[in-house]
Ligand binder design. Sequence first.
Ligand code: NAD
Length: 508
Amino acid sequence: MTELATPPAAESAGVTRIGHWIGGRSAPSASGRSGAVFNPATGRQTGAVDFATVEEVDAAVQAAKAAFPAWRATSLARRAEIFFRIRELVAARREEVARILTAEHGKVLSDALGEVTRGLEVIEHCCGLPSLLKSEYSEQASTGIDVYSIRQPLGVVAGITPFNFPAMVPMWMWAPALACGNTFVLKPSEKDPSASIWTAELLKEAGVPDGVFNVVMGDKSAVDAVLAHPEIAAVSFVGSTPIARYVYETATATGKRCQALGGAKNHMIVLPDADIDMAADAAVSAAYGSAGERCMAISQVVAVGDVAEPLIEAIKERIPKVKVGDGMDPSSEMGPLVTKEHRDRVASYVENAPGEGATVLVDGREGVLPEGFFLNPSLIDYVKPGMRAYDDEIFGPVLGVTRVATYDEAVRLVDDNPYGNGTAIFTRDGGVARRFQFDVQAGMVGINVPIPVPVAYYSFGGWKASLFGDRHIYGPEGIEFYTRGKVVTSRWPDPATSKVDLGFPQTR
Ligand code: NAD
């Protein structure tokens, strides 16, 4: 029998109440409204998450506002020191938070650890904050005059995050925001909120002053309170496209800076010269890892020319070997979906596919585990634009195959798609790969790499309906997003350069 990793205390104690974190301590809500949190592997409710009132969101903002002057005045050296401590604590305790992720999200423990590790890379990048915040200086721009630029924090900034990366996506936001000297209010997904409280406690232990990092739990009303709050300067959002568009439009209409990352439909093009085994391994890993609940998952394989038959055979061979089970079981490779409603919605695409003219080659509804929100990997052939299975972001373990005759047709599919998050090409031809990278309309491109999530010192972001706003998240663009520029023109008394001059200042 396989041994299960220890579940977090929350589960053994029955249904745990999960409240806010404001001003350095936990703060239960008085709203009387809450949402159910499940263990997706068992289907049982393990938590009840508070939903914030407008006043509670305001309390979090006021705590962040009060903490801002001292935090922004904290020296870069001291802030960096705190970041190194955060780095050490997250690295040492990553397994602890990974268990929380598995218990509420369902992803397998190894994948949860992978999530934390990728988030940790962003924290590590932020440990270099003194270098990241260096600016420019022009000596003697005019006679006796020096000009320099500085980047300053915005003030109170907020993050609104999705269910699928409950630790990593918040890290993409709070780490650069805090590194730049801002204070932060996080509104995590109500489906798996506990990782945020774990983070709040860890930041406090690392020496982040009270009020610098706050968490408000909630649903649309909490989001709306954040968007309407006049003292929040910027909002980072990651989630589905319709909500991303709404958040972007609402936040910017109230004068906030906003970056809103949306959904995806990531195509993986396989050319006839590709290494079939490598492409099949990549497709199976990227389509079914985390049960397809990744914004960078491959949901559509585009098979060019005669590669379709051998590629589909190779994918079909691999699917039965994917071990689906409780994420706490170390032998599981794919866990359940996050909720019953989401599982049923994903399954409906498989059910409807034949009616739309597609062919279900592997039906993931067969042989599912009886408890929890499981769905096995599905493979659908002859999927085309105009079918729901093609047009919608399914966000589950359903891989579609589209067959095309030429490279140009394949690229056109990617370019015509309303989403533009990630895409990948599998080929042995460097010239074609280079042309693909030059031409394709997507923000993140993989060449024989199926999930091209950029390393922490680049920035993450899609194009088209996958991102609203003009700054990608984390990396250099994250630093730009969470700071604003100021340019100083200075002159120190030097009698040789002083005279009355009523003309417009000129450099000379
Ligand atoms: P979601 O859009 O349902 O929720 C995201 C956040 O918005 C949550 O905090 C939620 O409480 C809030 N929200 C939900 N409905 C709202 C409403 N009507 N008004 C205001 N706020 C609302 O997304 P999800 O289901 O949690 O996450 C999955 C989605 O996130 C997928 O579409 C996925 O592609 C996307 N995603 C994108 C990226 C990316 O980097 N582009 C990364 C991860 C996830």
